[in-house]
Design a protein around this ligand. Structure first.
Ligand SMILES: *Cc1c(COP(=O)(O)O)cnc(C)c1O
Length: 459
């Protein structure tokens, strides 16, 4: 029986989608055809899909009802007005620009706010965020606390910015060489680790002193707020909504992927308080996304996002969300499987270095493990290690990240605890025979964001 520390689902099922499991021979054929890259598998060939929590959310009946009141006018859609006022109320910024997804907002912000040669320090990188920064001449600098790079270090706010690292960078290059600080809540690539309110406040104070802007990557605001309520003194009795509003009061703006915490399948936005940046974004969004009243989205999708944002602030929802993820991590941990700790908000990360100590990083252990999990169980996960990190733009050498992880990402409101048990059993069985996992090598390596389309072969 489920321990009472894990809450049952605060919703019931009204519509179902059938999934089927291929047999082992079929799965073997599928993963070879996919070039051992789980991104290249067909969804139909996957039994439990933990590739990502992006755009895989189950929408509520209220959101589906919202889909039916889509106002598909080219300009001035009422759904846009609803989304705009919801975002302003929840995040507290003066201006909002809709975008088709998070990277659309990153593109606009990077183009408008980075002069070539300027730095864009952040609490670890995210793939598309860093790509847009670098493509616009920015120089990424990792200023997350050291513990974030250690899969075993226990820190309740492992996504925090190291203020000393930020201060040292300001001293070294000068404040005017810093385009803005990017602060992600939570830190995806560190395992969904949260940032404390205290840290956000301190980052604000330091940057204010030097007149440096701070833009949040708001993607997992609700999960971060839950961790603050759970772990930070003084926030136990605050609502998720109050915590979110305070978090963003320490920023000059944010980029947002609506495909994550705002419980939709597509969408995003860019926020700011600066009027000049807003006016320039309003011009640029037309070129890349669409009119500033739809930004690449259908009216119905904006409506679903507005409703999803409100639902994401419900305590019972977000508590179940975070604790369902923790359940999977706890079961794996109890069986001795090496995972990243503490368990983050959206995923459980397997530590492929400790899982496959017989493989070197150049043998792509996390990529190999993700392929093996699919082969043995039909569960799809993704690599977050040397393949995702890509190559240095200057030297052409592989970045060699300390973290070599496989991400088991849990879509919101989609799977049950029984599914988590099935995944755990599969991973535990593979761990018992981990020595059998063979390393991989690239047979096709795309130049940009290579992890999406790369192909591999067993060594
Ligand atoms: C998904 C994600 C993005 C990019 O958003 P898209 O909607 O996929 O374009 C940016 N930052 C983080 C932390 C993300 O997880």
């Amino acid at each position: 029986m489920l321990d009472k520390k894990y809450p049952a689902e605060p919703y019931r099922v009204k519509s179902v989608e059938y999934v089927k499991m291929l047999d082992r021979a079929e799965r073997e054929k599928a993963i070879i055809t996919a070039g051992y890259n789980t991104f290249q598998l067909n969804s139909e060939d996957v039994y439990i899909d933990l590739l990502t929590d992006s755009g895989t959310n189950a929408m509520s009946d209220r959101q589906w009802a919202g889909i039916m009141v889509g106002d598909e006018a080219y300009a001035g859609s009422r759904n846009w007005h609803n989304l705009e006022s919801t975002v302003k109320e929840v995040f507290g910024f003066k201006y909002v620009i809709p975008t088709h997804q998070g990277r659309g907002a990153e593109n606009l912000l990077s183009k408008l706010s980075i002069k070539p040669g300027q730095y864009t320090p952040g609490n670890m990188y995210f793939t598309t965020t860093r790509y847009h920064q670098e493509a616009n001449g920015g120089i990424f600098k990792d200023i997350v606390i050291d513990e974030a790079h250690d899969t075993t270090a226990i820190n309740p706010f492992k996504g925090n910015i190291d203020l000393k690292k930020l201060e040292a960078l300001i001293k070294e290059v000068g404040a005017d060489k810093i385009a803005y600080v990017c602060l992600a809540v939570t830190v995806n690539l560190a395992g969904g680790q949260p940032v404390s309110m205290e840290n956000m406040r301190a980052v604000r104070e330091l940057t204010k002193k030097h007149k440096i802007k701070v833009f949040y990557d708001a993607t997992r605001y609700a999960e971060n707020a839950y961790f603050i309520k759970e772990r930070e003194k003084g926030y136990e009795n605050k609502t998720i909504k109050e915590i979110v509003l305070e978090m963003f009061s320490y920023a000059d703006g944010c980029t947002m992927s609506g495909k994550k915490d705002s419980l939709t399948n597509i969408g995003g936005f860019l926020c700011m308080n600066d009027e000049d940046l807003y006016l320039r974004s309003k011009e640029l969004v037309v070129v890349f996304e669409g009119m500033p009243s739809y930004g690449g989205l259908a009216g119905r999708d904006m409506e679903a996002m507005a409703i999803g944002i409100r639902e994401s602030l419900d305590f019972e929802y977000i508590k179940h969300r975070v604790l369902q993820v923790r359940y999977l991590g706890d079961v794996l941990k109890e069986a001795g499987v090496p995972i990243m700790e503490p368990i983050g908000g959206h995923a459980v990360f397997l530590d492929a270095r400790r899982f496959c100590p017989h493989l070197t990083q150049e043998q792509l252990p996390a990529q190999a493990l993700a392929a093996k999990i699919y082969l043995e169980s039909g569960v799809r996960s993704m690599e977050r290690g040397i393949v995702s990190a890509g190559r240095c733009v200057n030297t052409g050498k592989n970045h060699a990240p300390k973290l070599e992880l496989v991400r088991l990402t849990i879509p919101r409101r989609v799977y049950t605890y029984a599914h988590m048990d099935l995944v755990a059993r599969a991973v535990i069985d593979i761990y018992k025979n981990a020595k059998k996992i063979k390393g991989l090598k690239f047979v096709y390596e795309p130049k940009m964001l290579r992890f999406f389309n790369a192909r591999f072969e067993e060594i």
